[in-house]
Design a protein around this ligand. Structure first.
Ligand code: HEM
Length: 476
């Protein structure tokens, strides 16, 4: 039954295009992306094309074939799609706009300020800010407080990250920060709809909220801030070299960066904390490891919140690192998208290749790998120490007896990999180390288990489908 425009040519992957004009298989895909892809994999094998919302997408689901896509930088472009989405969602000009172009490579060079020596500086700032924000909670010495866990993670991580990246103003700005957090959460809820190209005018007051959030990053307001992180300073200086960009357009770029720094980190921190608090064995093992590292580092959790940890201390928390990876495995659902630049044949293995057409997308969907029972035994079960072997990080995972090069991909792949990945993992580690060492934590009895909300399937870390009440008090 072919009611839509394309006839499959010899050498092209199996094709499924549905019968609804423009939408094709969009509704089925959005309802349950994972289920849809698994059922098509059964039917068509590991490589097939589906027509979804105006795009022909060729899915490559066999992890041994990922490398052929990742290496193919010439004919498969990773930027076009994300630049377009970013411009739409955050309201900044398209970076490739020939009328007001911005040198993308130069802009991305500034991401080096998220790594190496610079990461140590950022980590130091994050450690201080996480603690100063937690101190503001003013938990009494014998108090036992009950909270919604996702709201709690939002509150702490958004404020600490904002202060780490954008520094402070001389006067008290608590009110502005509280507003920023509220608006960020409201905007974030609309993120999947904006990515799906729903016009912002149809999304209630999202346009106003976006404008208000963007206004935090005008040059006047950034100039008032005392200690911008180097990555932001460099980005600001770089954007200012383009005199044809208006101030609000540069501000929108800064807002996009803040979203990139928070949009996935907040839910990732939540899931890591939730699984640990929910699993007594994992909780005890990770806490034990943290306490050992604190002891070796001469640090003690106390109400003054003056813990300081180096990168080496963080790196030595292998069980905590594994617990974080395990929550990434269970909750991340990002698609890796590449746009085909010209009609060409993608060689996949010695004997296998597929013909691809210009303008189509090639898509990797690592959630299928993360939940593959041939790679991860009982993949639906949370196993905090899955990524530890003989006291070290485990990196050898196999499928049908062959070692996998790609086995965990929450941060994308190849040249489009997230530049903030080391910073994100350090921040989540610090957050959990402080929480577990400082407080006794428990989920309130009778709370429903939290499930995944699939609205962000394909876009990153999934959000929880409900919040959960937990209790915390000082650890005695
Ligand atoms: C758990 C937390 C995070 C996750 C899961 C995550 C994941 C991702 C993914 C999947 C991409 C797209 C890669 C692709 O297109 O294939 C990305 C891009 C990006 N991320 Fe992250 N990220 C996280 C945290 C951060 C943090 C903390 C920062 C910055 C401080 C950051 C900055 C960026 C930027 C700037 C890009 C766009 C890069 C470009 O220009 O191509 N991310 N991230």
């Amino acid at each position: 039954k072919v009611l839509l425009g394309r006839i499959r040519r010899p050498g092209e992957p199996p094709l499924e295009q549905g019968w609804i004009p423009y939408f094709g298989k969009a509704f089925e895909f959005h309802r349950d992306s994972l289920g849809f892809l698994l059922s098509r994999q059964q039917k068509w094998g590991d490589v097939f094309t589906v027509y979804i919302a105006g795009k022909y997408m060729t899915f490559i689901l066999n992890p041994f074939l990922y490398q052929f896509v990742v290496q193919c930088n010439k004919q498969l472009d990773f930027q076009g799609f994300s630049l377009e989405v970013s411009a739409k969602v955050f309201g900044h000009p398209y970076l490739n706009d020939p009328k007001i172009p911005v040198n993308i490579e130069e802009m991305q060079k500034r991401y080096s300020y998220l790594m190496g020596e610079e990461l140590n500086i950022l980590n130091g700032r994050t450690m201080k800010n996480l603690q100063s924000v937690m101190k503001q909670e003013q938990l009494g010495p014998t108090e036992c407080r009950t909270e919604s866990m996702y709201s709690f993670c939002c509150r702490i991580i958004i404020e600490a990250t904002y202060l780490t990246l954008y520094g402070k103003v001389p006067e008290d700005e608590q009110e502005e920060i509280t507003e920023l957090k509220k608006k960020f959460i409201q905007f974030d809820k609309m993120f999947p709809y904006l990515v799906a190209r729903i016009p912002i005018e149809l999304l209630g007051n999202t346009k106003v909220i976006r404008k208000e959030l963007t206004s935090y990053f005008t040059s006047r307001r950034l100039d008032q801030r005392l200690n911008l992180a180097n990555v932001i300073k460099e980005r600001k200086n770089f954007l200012e070299t383009y005199s044809y960009l208006q101030d609000h357009q540069r501000a929108a770029h800064h807002f996009a960066f803040l979203w990139a720094a928070l949009g996935n980190t907040v839910p990732a921190a939540f899931w890591a904390l939730y699984y640990l608090v929910k699993n007594p064995e994992a909780h005890a093992a990770v806490r034990d490891e943290i306490q050992h590292v604190f002891q070796a580092a001469g640090q003690r959790a106390n109400p003054d919140f003056n813990i300081s940890l180096t990168r080496e201390h963080l790196d030595s928390m292998v069980i905590l690192g594994s617990a974080i990876k395990e929550s990434f495995r269970l909750c991340s659902a990002s698609m890796n998208i590449r746009t085909v630049q010209e009609d060409f044949t993608l060689k996949l293995k010695e004997e296998q290749s597929v013909k691809l057409r210009k303008g189509d997308w090639v898509v990797l969907y690592p959630q299928i790998l993360h939940l593959d029972p041939e790679v991860y035994e009982n993949p639906e079960v949370y196993k905090y120490n899955r990524f530890v072997e003989n006291g070290l990080e485990k990196t050898a995972f196999y499928k049908r007896g062959r070692k996998l090069r790609y086995y965990l991909m929450p941060f994308g792949s190849g040249s489009s990999m997230c530049p903030g990945r080391h910073f994100a993992v350090s921040e989540i580690k610090m957050f959990l180390a402080i929480m577990l060492a400082t407080f006794d934590l428990e989920i309130i009895e009778g709370e429903k288990p939290v499930g995944l909300n699939n609205d962000r399937a394909g876009l990153g870390i999934l959000l929880p489908n409900s919040d959960v009440q937990f209790r915390y008090k000082w650890h005695q």
